[in-house]
Design a protein around this ligand. Structure first.
Ligand code: ADP
Ligand code: MG
Length: 391
């Protein structure tokens, strides 16, 4: 708290943190938001389309040039600072530092003029809550380093550099959606991304006062990675079936719903269902854009419910707890729609609701979920926010 009794801004907090650790002042600041997938489930690796939103939870990064060959990193949520001169992934403690170090290393490897730095992190993005704190940290780091060393990178390219850092330096599998949303999101808009062309565009939400609720089921099913990989493979197998007939059709993005349905008898039933989900999600994204433009929020919300149904029956990446969360959300006045968000098999649901319904939603979902599952849920309410920037 400041002397005036008002809460310190994130800028104040990260500055103080930086100064207390490094005994010098930061020279560049950046911020990057968390994100949520709104519609378009498991479409990114099928070269499909997604609607997502940047949210008002942000990672703030402060940096200065290092006067030695060492990089120094500190985060408000981890007790130890990291001092490192050889930029290799940390294996034991302090793995968190691999996210910013991975971005640095990837920039270095690609010939950008970066050099050792001091870095402090302050964040309000919850970790592991399905809103991609990792991408927010990477994107904030990337922008801070561009600012500090005075070079520019096309933002889409920078997002890809961050993804590459997470894939290869951290060693975590993530699609480009996370970094794209953190980079390009816009307040009052949903971000449309096309993962074939990498075209992206902000779509205004005509119906004013909308809040997003990210509701954590509290369950993670143990076979997630295996299930995730098998779904991926099934999608690629389905695409191969079409490619064998027409070499132009390389991914599920190239297959229309009509073509898919007419191939049902010949296609492996499992592959057919996976493809129904992915092709259906692409269709729903395009329908959603039209509905958003006309402010038809009820119909937009219906697409979220349809997406969840498709997860249950076609993609089979839902679970009892997620179904219950969606079911409860559906019963609450002021809710437009709800669905599982992200990978599935546990994790979180997203609910789009009128802001005035927030309290009612929070109370009801916590109580009812406890009653029906014996479990506790955590709800993160968020507003749609602007993408990353150098401050
Ligand atoms: P998420 O869904 O939140 O992205 P991940 O497991 O992909 O979950 O990323 C979370 C990891 O990112 C954390 O365990 C930590 O290593 C790193 N991280 C995220 N936020 C911070 C932060 N504020 N400070 C340091 N590390 C962070
Ligand atoms: Mg992540």
């Amino acid at each position: 708290m400041s002397m005036a009794g008002t809460a310190d801004s994130p800028l104040d907090i990260v500055t103080k943190q930086f100064e207390s650790i490094y005994k010098t002042s930061p020279t560049v600041f950046s911020r990057a938001p968390g994100r949520v997938e709104v519609l378009g489930n498991h479409t990114d690796y099928n070269e499909g389309v997604v609607l997502s939103a940047a949210i008002d939870r942000e990672v703030w990064v402060a940096v200065s040039k290092s006067s030695s060959a060492e990089c120094r990193l500190t985060s408000g949520i981890f007790p130890e600072s990291v001092v490192i001169s050889k930029i290799e992934p940390l294996k034991s403690r302090n793995r968190w530092a691999n996210y910013p170090l991975g971005v640095y290393r990837t920039l270095l490897d690609r010939g950008y003029p970066v050099a050792p730095f001091n870095l402090a992190i302050h964040s309000t993005v919850p970790l592991g809550a399905g809103v991609s704190s990792s991408a927010a940290l990477e994107v904030a780091t990337a922008l801070a380093l561009c600012g500090l060393f005075g070079f520019e990178v096309d933002p889409a390219e920078l997002a890809k550099i961050c993804q590459s850092a997470e894939n290869h330096f951290v060693g975590a599998n993530c699609g480009l959606l996370d970094q794209f949303s953190s980079m390009f999101g816009r307040a009052g808009h949903l971000l449309f991304s096309d993962f074939r062309s990498l075209y992206h565009n902000a779509i205004p939400i005509a119906a004013g006062d909308v809040t997003l609720a990210i509701t954590l089921s509290g369950v993670t099913h143990s076979l997630v990675a295996g299930e995730y990989n098998s779904r991926r493979r099934e999608c690629f197998e389905a695409a191969k079936f079409f490619q064998a007939k027409n070499p132009e059709q390389k991914t599920l993005r190239d297959v229309s719903m009509a073509e898919l349905k007419s191939a049902q008898a010949e296609l492996d039933p499992q592959f057919f269902k996976r493809a129904m989900h992915v092709v259906g999600e692409d269709e729903r994204v395009f329908s959603a854009i039209e509905l958003l433009k006309s402010g038809s929020m009820k119909e937009f919300g219906a697409l979220l419910y349809q997406s969840h149904e498709s997860s249950i029956h076609n993609f089979e990446n839902s679970c009892r707890e997620l179904d219950i969360l969606v079911d409860i959300a559906k019963s609450i006045a002021g809710v437009y729609g709800a669905r599982l968000t992200g990978g599935g098999f546990g994790g979180a649901t997203l609910t789009v609701l009128k802001t005035e319904a927030k309290d009612r939603f929070g109370e009801t979902i916590v109580q009812e979920y406890k009653k029906r599952t014996g479990r506790n849920t955590t709800v993160h309410f968020a507003r749609i926010a602007d993408g990353a920037s150098i401050v």
